[in-house]
Design a protein. Structure first.
Length: 122
């Protein structure tokens, strides 16, 4: 019988945890975790999922799609309207790389710390 594991947290390395947490909080509506401080910030979802952001000295942002600095982690988010979500994310500080391998099925974005993430239709 396989071990039963429940994912409870995902933590991203970055140079500025509070700024990255603010980006994802505005994009997702998740709640800011009360224990957030200058070296670590977190967001929580009602079902207990925790997304953390930890300060790393000499942080090097991923270089997607170039692999000179690998992406390290990749998050996917479902949205009802790709165009509406894209406009909001770009306004919040995400960037959209030219290379879009998903055609019209998903879109790749880069968060303010350089991590790639995707949006897919619900």
């Amino acid at each position: 019988m396989p071990l039963q594991m429940k994912l409870t947290a995902i933590t991203l390395d970055c140079a500025d945890p509070e700024t990255l947490a603010a980006f994802y909080q505005q994009a997702t509506g998740l709640e800011l975790h009360p224990a957030s401080d200058g070296d670590f910030a977190g967001l929580t979802r009602g079902d207990g999922l925790f997304i953390g952001f930890q300060r790393v000295d000499d942080y090097r942002a991923p270089r997607w799609p170039d692999q000179s600095v690998p992406q390290q982690v990749h998050l996917d988010f479902e949205v009802d309207d790709l165009d509406e979500a894209e406009a909001l994310l770009l306004e919040l500080g995400a960037t959209k790389p030219e290379q879009q391998p998903g055609a019209d099925r998903w879109r790749v974005f880069i968060d303010p710390a350089g991590h790639p993430f995707c949006l897919t239709r619900s």
